[in-house]
Design a protein around this ligand. Structure first.
Ligand SMILES: *Cc1c(COP(=O)(O)O)cnc(C)c1O
Length: 388
């Protein structure tokens, strides 16, 4: 790998050489048939990944523009949504709702915990909601949403399910053809970014709408957006030789290679690998006296938020680890200084995580803790070998 450092933050994630190579290919015109073919293939792979009966959108932007596309194309000003928030990124929908004059109710979980399904049911009885937003894996807390429990309840209410997959897509199952606990109980919209579990550099928003959601948009005569209006993109996604706004040609090369890697590994295998990585990393870190914020039963496969043991200082720890070439992220909001966040997703490998866990053990020992690095690494290997 060309990378000199291990970028184990919750996105961007490590980029493999073949993706760098693709990205460095000659920039061609966006209507050049040689580019159009690549754009088309990447869109088809995206459709296959989500298994949607609607349409997918692959456009320049970050995950946040994906959130915006999901919202403005389904909910009009004055209509009401319910936000199920498991942390900082769940809360981001509040800012978006405000910007577009959308009425909102918010269920905010205690950080590290899941919202109980009872709370959701109660809330759904109080109001009629056009849509409910769920963050699949909240990047601030490492908590995963329980789609099996949530989707049927929301669909029984008749609301659209909008899923923020930014730290989950391609690593945690988001099958839009899946009927959760009954006919028609499907996820309506999923949005993600290129730089997290897909493992491509930042710069693309990827959004999938099912037919129900597309119909909802078609019935709204006007939406308060231009670039984010999916009606402008539908013709392009169906025929990428058409022009609406110039696609980021080189990022599409990278994304095409990234999606090939995803589909070649196979989704089922990728989901199991991520689950094993997540469990393995947390098991090893527990050996070091660290505590994952989220209980194992609600923990995301893709990243973990880890509380420091007594006596370990955040900045000191992350700096010492960075000096060894491993980059992890600080925690957000009130957890700042008390925890760090580690990504274990995308094209991160078993060997990288072994190296990373070894270096964390060494760092802790240098900082005056007394941990058994070999034992922790072995615990990781046991978890991973059972599956991968
Ligand atoms: C990173 C992230 C976002 C924001 O994506 P950007 O690409 O930074 O705009 C939104 N939701 C979740 C769950 C994320 O992890």
């Amino acid at each position: 790998m060309r990378n000199e450092e291990m970028l184990l933050i919750p996105g961007p994630t490590p980029v493999v050489d073949s993706i760098y190579d693709a990205m460095a290919s000659e920039t061609r015109g966006h209507t050049d048939p040689r580019f159009v073919e690549i754009y088309k293939r990447s869109i088809e792979n995206t459709r296959d990944m989500f298994k949607t009966d609607g349409e997918v959108f692959v456009v320049a932007g970050s995950g946040t523009i994906g959130m915006e596309m999901a919202l403005v194309n389904t909910v009009a000003a004055g209509e009401r949504i319910l936000i199920i928030s498991h942390g900082y990124f769940g809360d981001r929908f509040i800012q978006l709702g405000k910007a577009f004059g959308i009425e909102m109710d918010v269920l905010q979980a205690e950080w590290g915990k899941q919202i109980s399904i009872e709370e959701v049911k109660n809330k759904l009885q109080e109001h009629t909601y056009k849509a409910v937003t769920i963050t699949h894996a909240d990047t601030s807390t490492g908590v995963a949403a329980d789609l099996d429990a949530l989707v049927p309840v929301i669909k029984a209410h008749g609301a659209l399910v909008i899923l923020d997959g930014v730290c989950a897509t391609a690593a945690m199952e988001e099958d839009m053809s899946n009927e959760y606990g009954g006919a028609g109980n499907k996820i309506d919209v999923v949005l993600t970014g290129s730089q997290k579990a897909i493992g491509v550099p930042p710069g693309l928003a990827i959004v999938a709408f099912n037919q129900t959601a597309l119909d909802v948009r078609a019935k709204m005569d006007r939406v308060p957006a231009y670039y984010s209006d999916i009606q402008n993109w539908i013709p392009i996604m169906q025929d990428p030789s058409k022009y609406f706004a110039t696609p980021p040609v080189n990022l599409i090369y990278a994304y095409d290679e990234g999606m090939k890697i995803v589909m070649d590994e196979g989704l089922a295998k990728r989901y199991t690998r991520h689950a094993a990585f997540g469990r393995g990393v947390r098991t090893a870190l527990r050996e070091y006296g660290m505590t994952p914020l989220a209980e194992e039963t609600v923990a995301a496969s893709t990243l973990s938020c880890i509380l420091y043991p007594e006596g370990v200082k955040d900045v000191e720890f992350r700096k010492a680890l960075a000096d060894k070439g491993v980059i992890v992220a600080g925690a957000l909001a009130h957890l700042g200084g008390k925890a760090f966040r580690i990504g274990h997703m995308g094209n991160t490998t078993e060997q990288m995580l072994i190296d990373c866990l070894t270096k964390i053990g060494e760092t802790l020992n240098e900082l005056g803790q007394s941990v058994n690095t070999e034992q922790a690494v072995n615990r990781f290997k046991e978890e991973v070998q059972a599956i991968v």
